[in-house]
Design a protein around this ligand. Sequence first.
Ligand code: SF4
Length: 257
Amino acid sequence: MDNLTACIFNIQKYSLHDGPGIRTVVFFKGCPLQCHWCSNPESQYGSPQLIFEEGKPPTVLGEYRNLDYIMKEVMKDKDFYEESKGGVTLSGGEVLLQHEFAIALLKQLKDQGIHAACETTGYTSLKIFQAFIENVDLILFDLKHYSSQKHYEISNVYNEKIIDNLKVAINQGKEVIIRIPVIPGINNSLEDAEGFCKLLKEVGATKVNLLPFHQFGQKKYSSLNKEYKFLDVPQLQVEDLQEYKDIFLKNGLDCIL
Ligand code: SF4
């Protein structure tokens, strides 16, 4: 068990956006999806890689870390977690790609009484997903599209596995917040909002967080020598999505922007 390692590309302290309270977010490298608008393209490749920034020597992004290292890092802020009712969030990339390590880490967090959240696409086998969520207190479940065909076109994977795992999490009584990145031309029409609502009601989801498209990841593409297809796509503001959000509310879903 001590030999277990995972490729991690960031450990972010004092996060206020990835679960309740003050949190440390552990970012796992590697993702089975290839979303065209991804704002963390550096997370997609599952091994350390070179980053090229203008005027600077290349740097390596991503390091293999063992459980002891991660636990020592996250436990440094235990007092903040206690005072703020926060904890630790596993994110990515897709944490489920390194599930063995993640499951072992979640067990250690549970032993220490630390609230554990994860941000996931849910794209894995049922067996792995069930073992993974056992010690998770909150699941931030990313959903890109309600239509499986569309999901494939925008991310390279179909959504059946994802929906099956979402149902399992909900049926097991886990706290689940659906996170929908609202992307122009991909899923931002009012018909899309209705499509999401239909699916979410069918699976029994109750809470939704809408994430308006932004361009924060744009510069990362050139540093990775990758093509960015969303360069000319305008960012969405909260005001742009009021009508979209209202459809979720009218469908009885607890929706925030
Ligand atoms: S699932 Fe997330 S990390 Fe993976 S490619 Fe899509 S946006 Fe990027």
